[in-house]
Design a protein around this ligand. Structure first.
Ligand code: SAM
Length: 287
């Protein structure tokens, strides 16, 4: 591991290519070897691993990941960074660069074209303006994932790893924990980025669940239920979930809660992921 670019090297690369960083694209580049090492180590890469990096920037993380993996695909939206990436990864034959918006990519097709047949490890210092949509896209699409290591805002990391009944527990917590087991690896101060963001960051690793542990019959209904329950945090479940079925609402919700063994006076934020799943299954049964 050559330990990534230092602050000086990053500044020199930006100068050489006359690049100004685009705030709107979340361009805060990592320039700290210890944090870089933490991210790469937590991905636990093996020589035949397939890795997807989102937002490679000038390639600091890309080079370390490619040195340890079998194949690396990096998706970067900013075309101005492509010549830089081509240069910084030129000595690595296992890197494929794609100049696209990650949110517009058909992940299943990408997998079939470049990763199949193995599962993929995602590693990214995510652009913060699209953290949640990117995470949910990775988890919800039919993309064979093994693990995801991401740098996100600390506040989002706390939401991803929160326990029921706490202030950080919300819809994204249930989404993330339904599909994976998330771990908070480390918190990261703003000073390690160029330019430093306004908030602290954190590294989170999600180990994707191999089996359907919760056995949910209708995932669409589950996530509709979660959205409704957290859309009105202060309301009791009985009131917050009204309108979910369209017909004879309150009675339907009351019966579903009763058969799931959940008190209708509780609030959504107190339900565990398992309880949400149980309630969704009871709802689909009596629909
Ligand atoms: N990986 C680099 C690092 O660690 O220094 C850069 C990380 S920077 C926080 C986020 C990167 O994501 C930027 O290079 C930005 O241009 C890119 N990006 C922003 N929006 C994107 C999108 N929708 N699809 C792909 N890349 C995107």
């Amino acid at each position: 591991m050559d330990e990534g670019f230092t602050i000086k090297e990053t500044v020199d690369i930006l100068k050489k290519y006359r690049l100004t960083l685009n705030k709107k694209l979340g361009q805060n580049f990592l320039a700290d070897k210890n944090i870089l090492k933490k991210i790469v180590d937590s991905a636990e890469l093996k020589p035949d691993d397939r890795v997807l990096e989102i937002g490679p920037g000038i390639g600091t993380l890309t080079r370390e990941l490619a040195a340890r993996a079998g194949k690396l695909v990096a998706v970067e939206i900013d075309s101005r960074l492509m010549p830089v990436l081509e240069e910084t990864t030129s000595c690595l034959s296992n890197v494929k660069l794609i100049n696209r918006d990650i949110l517009k990519i058909d992940l299943r097709r990408l997998w079939e074209e470049v990763f199949s047949p193995g599962r993929v490890k995602v590693v990214a210092n995510l652009p913060y303006y699209i953290t949640s949509p990117v995470i949910m896209k990775l988890l919800e699409e039919d993309f064979p994932l093994e693990s995801v290591v991401v740098m996100v805002q600390k506040e989002v990391a706390l939401r991803m790893t929160a326990a029921p009944g706490t202030k950080d527990y919300g819809a994204i917590t249930v989404g993330v924990q339904y599909y994976s087991r998330p771990h908070l690896i480390a918190t990261v101060p703003p000073a390690v980025f160029i330019p430093p963001p306004k908030v602290s960051s954190a590294i989170v690793k999600m180990d994707i669940r191999k089996e359907q542990v919760f056995d949910v019959k209708d995932e669409k209904l589950l996530f509709l239920l979660v959205k409704k329950a957290f859309g009105h945090r202060r309301k009791t479940l009985l009131n917050a979930l009204k309108g979910i079925s369209g017909i004879n609402d309150k009675e339907y919700v009351r019966r579903a809660l009763e058969s799931a063994g959940i008190d209708g006076n509780r609030r959504g934020e107190s339900l565990s992921v398992e309880e949400f799943c149980k309630l969704a299954n009871c709802m689909s049964k009596i629909r």
